[in-house]
Design a protein around this ligand. Structure first.
Ligand code: GRG
Length: 268
């Protein structure tokens, strides 16, 4: 990570800590802060802030949008880990929210992060016309047109084998939509031209799909590195992954193709 990136993330963490500090309920605050501070890579806010900074926008003004994205991402991981969904005991090497705080508190911490994300953006100092567009982009990416729909496709897919188009659609919504929103929210804040918005969106789409293919490849290569034992239960249970559909080499080729598409878009 570059010095500039660490400075962005420090500012983001300070902003999120300040927002969490305003919560007048120590139990809820602790559960929300536990997951926000559990060691996530902050990929989505970093993408947003990097686009803002590349196009000479104000990073400080953009912080509420970056924090909102990380709040939505964190809620999605808390709910994804619940017994009703993936039923995971560990995330990033630490007990999942429901293991630490109980299932009801984990659901509520996720609910509060999701709701507060929109509140933080809506009450920020960002210009009113941009705020509306940011809220719309985040809602589009997170809700029934994006991540939640992708999660439903994923759960439905446990009972059927998806083809490549179905698998791409699932991941464009489940993982890709929020990553694309990160880029588009940054582009909106920096008020880039229509041509740049389109090129950045093409980059975001390729990045999002590539991110997921890479995750599927890592799941397999990490398992192999553990002397044939599965690294996590997702690998043992996985039916619909890019590696299961295309094989390891096919998935690596598909990743290379997304990287090429992302680079072409950036060159534009
Ligand atoms: C519960 C509505 C709802 C949605 C959950 C994003 C998601 C949808 C589930 C996560 C499951 C998963 C493992 C997806 C693969 C993509 C991926 C690696 C997500 C984790 O994102 P990172 O790597 O997470 O950015 P960190 O830990 O760095 O924050």
């Amino acid at each position: 990570m570059t010095k500039a990136e660490s400075a962005l993330l420090q500012a983001l963490d300070a902003f999120m800590a300040q927002k969490l500090g305003q919560i007048d309920n120590s139990h809820l605050q602790a559960a929300m802060a536990y997951s926000i501070n559990a060691g996530g890579k902050r990929v989505r806010p970093l993408l947003l802030l990097t686009v803002v900074s590349l196009f000479n926008g104000s990073v400080t003004t953009a912080l509420p949008a970056a924090a909102g994205l990380e709040f939505v991402h964190t809620y999605s991981l808390i709910h994804d880990d619940l017994p009703a969904m993936d039923n995971d005991d560990l995330r990033r090497g630490q007990p999942t929210s429901h293991k630490q705080f109980g299932e009801a508190q984990a659901i509520l911490a996720g609910d509060a992060l999701l709701t507060d994300a929109f509140g933080i953006i809506a009450t920020s100092d960002i210009a009113a016309d941009l705020r509306i567009r940011l809220v719309a982009l985040l809602a589009q990416a997170a809700g029934s047109h994006g991540m939640v729909s992708g999660q439903v496709r994923d759960l439905d897919g446990e009972h059927v084998v998806l083809d490549l188009a179905g698998l791409k659609r699932l991941h464009q919504q489940k993982t890709g939509a929020l990553l694309l929103a990160a880029i588009q929210m940054g582009a909106t804040l920096a008020q880039v031209s229509a041509a740049d918005f389109e090129a950045l969106s093409a980059f975001g789409q390729a990045f999002g799909l590539g991110f997921q293919i890479h995750d599927d490849i890592l799941d397999v290569t990490a398992s192999t590195a553990m002397l044939g034992k599965t690294a996590n239960k997702d690998v043992a249970e996985a039916k619909n992954t890019f590696v299961s559909l295309l094989g390891l080499e096919g998935a690596q080729a598909a990743l290379a193709e997304q990287v090429r598409l992302a680079q072409t878009a950036l060159a534009r």
